[in-house]
Design a protein around this ligand. Structure first.
Ligand code: RIB
Length: 302
């Protein structure tokens, strides 16, 4: 595949339960409603980027089952190139998503087929790209292969290490972009320092990569190694109904903006808007805006 944006990541069938309050350990609670939809951080990010006009391909793994068929079909329907999605001998990934009355969520992922994505599948699928995006719902070997292909192709490597685990040595370096939330940043560079100071410390520890920290309803903070100064991006205020997949909407919009030659701060600003927009609608992919919707939404809010 030769799309300018290639996402190497997961596809999951999301089983979502709306609840009044997220349960505590040992509690049994009733759901108010339930639904099934396409999800997975990789698929969500690819769909978000495609809806905003990016030419994007997804490299991932699904099982040879109904869930796999449905996911590939829905991602393709959003305009994503799915030729890099392989079928493996494991059940398609699934996620149980609980969403409470305050729009907060709690997610448990059963990786299944995603955990079978190997380096060979990634290396052979990524033939040309300007941006290679990878996440942590697939194995280290696949992520390392994505980074290696980005280096070989002269593409920018964008890492969203979620759910966080130890970063393989040498994964990031100058020119790479790391996108983390505050909890993930704390695992990389903890302490009492400000977010900007911790972003700079993480950049220093990770080979001088740029670091973009998502701050939920507060927006984001961009630390570019070349300037050394943090830039804060304030999020629009919204009435959130469901925050599931908002970080993926952010990632997709970010890379769509970079692929459209926006500078990193402008791309991050659009990403913050896309994440905020996504919080106003239920679900993950079902909540993502097209370019026209985002433009209209921005105009209506002025
Ligand atoms: O970021 C939200 C996503 O996390 C869900 O779609 C779920 O599948 C998990 O991957």
């Amino acid at each position: 595949m030769t799309a300018p944006v290639v996402v190497v990541g997961s596809l999951n069938v999301d089983r979502t339960y709306r609840v009044r309050r997220l349960p505590a350990a040992g509690h049994t609670i009733h759901a108010r409603s339930r639904s099934t939809a396409a999800g997975g951080k990789g698929a969500n990010q690819a769909v978000a980027a495609a809806l905003l006009g990016a030419d994007v391909a997804l490299v991932g793994a699904v099982g040879d089952d109904q869930g796999g068929d449905d996911l590939v079909e829905s991602v393709a329907a959003a305009g994503v190139d799915v030729t890099g999605i392989v079928r493996v001998d494991a059940p398609t990934g699934e996620a149980v998503v609980l969403v409470d009355a305050d729009a907060e969520n709690l997610i448990v992922v059963s990786g299944g087929a995603n955990l079978c994505l190997d380096a060979a599948a990634v290396t052979s699928a990524v033939r040309a790209a300007r941006f290679v995006v990878a996440g942590f719902e697939v194995p280290d070997d696949a992520v390392l292969a994505a980074a290696a292909r980005a280096r070989e192709l002269g593409a920018r490597f964008v890492l969203n290490p979620s759910p966080m685990r130890r970063l393989p040595a040498g994964l990031l370096g100058p020119g790479a972009l790391l996108v983390v939330n505050e909890h993930e940043l704390a695992m990389l560079a903890g302490g009492d320092a400000t977010v900007g100071e911790r972003a700079r410390a993480a950049s220093g520890r990770l080979g001088g990569c740029d670091v973009l920290v998502t701050l939920g309803a507060r927006g984001a903070l961009l630390h570019e190694a070349s300037t050394g100064h943090p830039a804060e991006i304030v999020a629009p205020r919204v009435d959130a109904v469901d925050t599931t997949g908002c970080g993926d909407a952010f990632m997709g919009a970010l890379v769509a903006g970079l692929a459209a030659d926006l500078d990193p701060a402008a791309a991050a600003t659009r990403a913050v808007e896309a994440g905020a927009f996504a919080a106003t609608r239920p679900g993950a992919q079902s909540s993502y805006p097209t370019s026209e919707e985002l433009t209209r939404w921005r105009r209506d809010r002025q």
